[in-house]
Design a protein around this ligand. Structure first.
Ligand code: ADP
Ligand code: MG
Length: 164
């Protein structure tokens, strides 16, 4: 397990960090987001999509549950907030996209900790002030490799982070 912490003071910066995650991703990678409403999970997802070369508007999948986009690889963008049980999550095909051929992003992952795969990048976002977001990125299994690549891109862009 590897971890780093960083702060964003505006949505554009959060998207830029997301873009580095997108550029670093490999097919089969999973990014799990935790954080309250308005934390910036969808905002970061937009940056991740941009990093995969996706030009579409990426909107919150709160009501659609899952949106699929095609970039350098498929992007599966899920928001599991409205799901009431693990069974419902499995019914929408969660396992296919968690263990699939693209990058899977799951907002509100804290709802279903039992369904987390063995390999993932966990992005915890906390709102500390109106525009300040504290972020903690944790790489587990293959997620460590992804986090290593992200940290190199952060370094070359001069974005400061703290290794935890
Ligand atoms: P979530 O998906 O976590 O509910 P959204 O990304 O939809 O959150 O919304 C985040 C809101 O917070 C947006 O309105 C965005 O403009 C605003 N915001 C303000 N500062 C930041 C920041 N530093 N990073 C991300 N979003 C921010
Ligand atoms: Mg959202």
């Amino acid at each position: 397990m590897k971890q780093l912490k960083l702060t964003s003071d505006n949505p554009v910066h959060t998207k830029r960090i997301g873009e580095m995650i997108g550029r670093s991703a490999e097919p089969g990678d999973v990014v799990l987001f935790t954080g309250d409403l308005g934390a910036g999970k969808t905002t970061m997802s937009q940056g991740i999509a941009a990093g995969l070369g996706i030009m579409n508007d990426v909107t919150s999948p709160t009501f659609t549950l899952m949106q699929i986009y095609q970039g350098t690889m498929p992007l599966y963008h899920l928001d599991v907030y409205r799901l009431n049980s693990e069974e419902e999550a499995l019914d929408i095909g969660l396992e296919d996209v968690l263990y699939g051929d693209g990058l899977c992003l799951m907002e509100w992952a804290e709802q279903f900790p039992n369904l987390w795969p063995d390999d993932y990048l966990l992005v915890r976002i906390e709102r500390s002030e109106e525009t300040i977001r504290d972020m903690e990125l944790t790489g587990v299994g293959a997620g460590e490799v992804l986090l290593d690549r992200v940290s190199k891109l952060l370094e070359s862009a001069g974005i400061a982070y703290e290794s935890a």
